[in-house]
Design a protein around this ligand. Structure first.
Ligand code: CKU
Length: 597
């Protein structure tokens, strides 16, 4: 794996954004390679990068296109051949083969983590170079997320997701060209321990060479507050300014490879001083108990689909703070890196989730799962090995990419797989072990459990440091006039969890009700804004009766796009905010509740 460090510019490193208009062409027959498209697209149109392509066009066949498609652009490279040339895509969804000047430079499976290639041997210096990318957005039962391809009678292919969000795809995050020294910093880890007035930061640095390393910490004013020589060591800060909710104080950790007085490489990393752990049934941030309040989100917005957009992300952080939220889950995939950088600055907590969603085969997966149906997914040996391999890769890439963000307080290893058969435990155990091995900070691990994964049926909750539940009492189960029985059923389940968990904390990673921003009704009916409020009031009544519940992330922050179907009205409407980020009535209810929670 090439270094995942985010690009930066200084005396040793430079980077150039390759965002802008690229060429694009669909390849429905998958014959592009035979026809030599890697040496130039024969009949392209122009397309913005980064972007999800689907909602830019007026033709439904383009929006729903499923298969291979190509991107191309050229770039000029100067004559400095002393440094390596790295090409870095924030992500390519869901898989890609990358060519430089017609030759394959690498390939990548998985649509939500960076694709980083050292292209030095393939480039021409002091000349123009061509990048060609063959992307594929099909889903199958070994891809993360899971799904299938449906073939229509006329031969056209459609994505059939086993999950409840639109299968946006393409080059959806920024593309950088990096110039880095031949001997360079590849990765680093930090592990923080706090005593009364002191922070000790154990660090380790991985480089591609053998020269000496130095680590220094600067405060926000730029004063040096700690330094240490060596690839491993301990940095000490007296009276540290801790990283806290809404107070995202960041130090700068400067890592250097040195040769005498000269820097071979230098990387400035942001460092938040905080600890996170689960102890005695509590989630502790800096040794103080914290109750998680906030949202499950999506990367989703009008026109741009899943493209990262600074303005939309900024608006989202403002709305989260306005509603007194302190946390969100990156349901159901790792988000663009800029989200985590912004959360570090804003002091917002993140539960970081791998794209393990749709691991069940029930009809209309998400809806049936919401009602509690189940069907084993993990018994089909030939494909399950490949699925687990892809799951491990996705986990390794997510943790490597995100482990140094103070905002990331937990990793979520799955969303609503089928977990009631022993095969599920056998499948997940090695994934939890791998995550524990990879995360030097030892963050809590969890996974979101579906309705059929109950205290008496679930076989995986013991792997989790805190248990996460997605529950829809009063929506998929006993909705509308049956809300009171939903409450009884909910309480019965919680009594069960109380018995089996024996003090292990539990949070809700989803609960919600579809609500039209235009419907009002007295007395309430399902889909009206009044009902969304009543639904939440009932759910909160139950949650407040159990002290092992340590957090509530509602579903969803905003309305979002899904595949078409009778269950969805131009998307999922469980948002607290509309898709264009204006409040529904429930937003005011949450704001008030979370002010004092
Ligand atoms: C949400 C069992 C429910 C699955 N959960 C997953 C999420 O992706 C869906 O959007 C339910 C829903 O609104 O149905």
């Amino acid at each position: 794996m090439e270094s995942m460090l985010f690009p930066c510019v200084n005396a040793c490193r430079s980077c150039f954004l390759l965002d802008g208009l690229w060429k694009m062409q669909f390849d429905p027959e998958g014959t592009g390679e035979q026809e030599n498209w890697q040496n130039g697209l024969p009949d392209s149109f122009s397309i913005p990068v980064p972007a999800s392509f689907s909602d830019l066009f007026t033709d439904a066949r383009i929006r729903d296109y499923c298969g291979d498609f190509w991107y191309e652009r050229s770039f000029y490279l100067d004559n400095d051949s002393s440094r390596d040339v790295i090409l870095r895509f924030g992500s390519i969804t869901h898989r890609a083969v990358i060519y430089i000047n017609g030759t394959e430079a690498g390939r990548h499976e998985g649509g939500f983590t960076p694709v980083v290639l050292n292209i030095t041997p393939l480039v021409r210096f002091d000349a123009r170079n061509r990048i060609s990318v063959r992307v594929n957005n099909k889903l199958n039962e070994t891809s993360l997320p899971c799904g299938a391809v449906k073939v229509l009678p006329d031969g056209r292919k459609l994505a059939a997701p086993y999950f409840d969000f639109f299968n946006y795809s393409g080059i959806q995050r920024s593309v950088y060209l990096l110039r880095i020294p031949k001997e360079s910093i590849i990765d680093y880890d930090t592990r923080i321990s706090l005593t009364d007035d002191r922070a000790e930061i154990q660090y380790s640095i991985k480089t591609s060479g053998t020269h000496e390393c130095i680590a220094e910490i600067f405060d926000r004013k730029g004063s040096l507050v700690a330094e240490s020589a060596g690839r491993e060591g301990t940095l000490v800060i007296e009276n540290p300014h801790l990283w806290k909710v809404y107070d995202g104080y960041l130090y700068t950790l400067v890592i250097r490879i040195v040769d005498g007085g000269h820097d071979i490489d230098k990387y400035p990393a942001r460092l938040g001083i905080r600890t996170i752990e689960v102890r005695d049934g509590k989630i502790l941030l800096n040794n103080e108990e914290i109750y998680l309040k906030g949202y499950g989100k999506h990367e989703d917005f009008e026109v741009i689909g899943r493209t990262f957009s600074y303005p939309v992300a900024k608006r989202d952080f403002e709305l989260m703070k306005w509603s007194n939220a302190n946390c969100f889950r990156t349901s159901h995939y790792p988000y663009a890196e800029e989200w985590y950088q912004m959360a570090d600055e804003e002091g917002i907590l993140i539960i970081d989730e791998v794209p393990a969603v749709g691991m069940m085969r029930s009809l209309m997966n998400f809806a049936d799962a919401g009602k509690g149906s189940e069907e084993s997914y993990f018994f089909n040996a030939p494909t399950v090995d490949q699925l687990q391999e892809n799951h491990k890769t996705a986990l390794r890439e997510m943790i490597t990419r995100d482990k140094n963000h103070p905002s990331v307080i937990a990793f979520s290893i799955f969303n609503e797989p089928e977990t009631t058969y022993p095969s599920a435990l056998a499948y997940f155990r090695p994934l939890f072990s791998l995550a524990r091995e990879l995360d030097v900070q030892n963050r809590p691990l969890t996974g979101a459990l579906l309705m059929s994964s109950r205290p008496d049926t679930d076989l995986t909750y013991e792997l989790c440091d805190f248990v996460s539940l997605n529950r829809y009492y009063g929506w998929y189960v006993a909705g509308g006039p049956e809300l009171m029985s939903a409450e009884d059923m909910f309480r019965r389940e919680m009594d069960g969890w109380k018995r089996v968990l024996q003090g292990k904390p539990l949070i809700f990673t989803e609960f919600g009700a579809d609500t039209s921003a235009y419907e009002h009704k007295l007395p309430s009916v399902m889909w009206s804004q009044e009902y969304q409020n009543e639904y939440y009031e009932m759910n909160f009544r139950v949650m407040d009766s159990y002290d092992f519940i340590k957090g509530e992330l509602v579903w969803n922050f905003a309305d979002f796009q899904t595949t078409e179907g009778v269950m969805r009205v131009n998307g999922n409407k469980k948002g607290i905010f509309t898709r264009n980020r204006q409040p529904k009535d429930a937003a005011f209810l949450l704001k008030k509740r979370w002010e004092n929670k």
